[in-house]
Design a protein around this ligand. Structure first.
Ligand code: HEC
Length: 235
């Protein structure tokens, strides 16, 4: 059945990596993305280690000299939660969070420079055609999902192409159902988020976790808007 957002992955770290640092960084990621991890003593699905793993990404160097890598065990490497965490750790906000942390007034870790970080290739597992179909059926009510489409979407809903330019588009499209306004009308079976159907006044949208991967694959296939221009919100 694989890993999906219904179950929190566990996270462990080597003892040489200060717990205080992990306790500082992980909740800030969770707050941003609503993705949580169960913190365990050892052998987590996700591990912060100081020995270069076979697959993973370098994320920081401790002032004590060790390099810290992130890696995933078994099927967790396929999980969108794991990938979102890796993406965030090497992103600007993630790196700023790592750099901000101090113990007794001392910086503890230096984030890996963006061009040195070798994040794991984003694995796109969904079906593009099905994602396009789902997007046209369900999201086009409010978003412009197809550039050729004359319909512009509703005013405050950004077009998919505009959002595709965001560094964290992948996180946003993996978690959109947990944020307003979607929260009120979209149910995703297996997401662990329960809905009170009585409160949904417009036609509800019912999706499966696999549908989310398909939508992500479809959005991945879109050409982002030209980054040279200031981001147009709803072109
Ligand atoms: C009822 C209208 C409506 C529908 C239907 C809808 N959206 Fe949205 N969506 C919005 C609005 C409005 C925003 C902007 C929210 C904001 O800026 O706070 C938004 C924002 C987003 C974002 C950005 C979220 C973020 O973290 O910034 C994503 C991704 C997204 N929508 C994807 C989808 C997908 C995929 C679907 C279809 C499965 C969908 N939306 C269906 C109205 C809608």
């Amino acid at each position: 059945m694989g890993f999906n957002n219904a179950f929190a992955l566990s996270l462990s770290h080597e003892t040489v990596i200060p717990s205080e640092l992990v306790q500082y960084v992980v909740p800030r990621f969770s707050l941003k993305t609503r993705i949580r991890f169960d913190q365990v003593e050892s052998s987590g699905d996700i591990q912060l280690v100081t020995v270069r793993p076979e697959a993973g990404a370098e994320v920081m160097t401790l002032v004590s000299g060790e390099t810290v890598y992130i890696t995933a065990a078994g099927g967790a490497v396929e999980s969108s939660d794991y990938r979102a965490f890796v993406d965030w750790l090497v992103s600007e906000p993630g790196r700023a969070t790592i750099a901000d942390f101090e113990l007794d007034g001392q910086q503890i870790a230096i984030p890996t420079a963006a061009d040195e970080a070798a994040p794991i290739e984003m694995v796109i597992v969904g079906n593009i055609d099905h994602g396009r179909e789902l997007s046209r059926d369900h999201c086009r009510r409010c978003h412009k999902v197809d550039r050729a489409d004359k319909y512009a979407g509703i005013d405050n809903a950004p077009s998919f192409h505009a959002m595709r330019t965001f560094d964290d588009w992948h996180i946003r499209f993996s978690t959109f159902y947990a944020v307003s306004p979607h929260k009120a009308l979209i149910s995703v079976e297996g997401s662990g988020i329960e809905k009170n159907r009585a409160l949904i006044t417009i036609a509800p949208i019912d999706l499966q976790m696999d549908d989310i991967n398909d939508i992500v694959a479809f959005v991945h296939s879109l050409t982002p808007l030209d980054l040279g221009k200031p981001i147009q919100f709803n072109p």
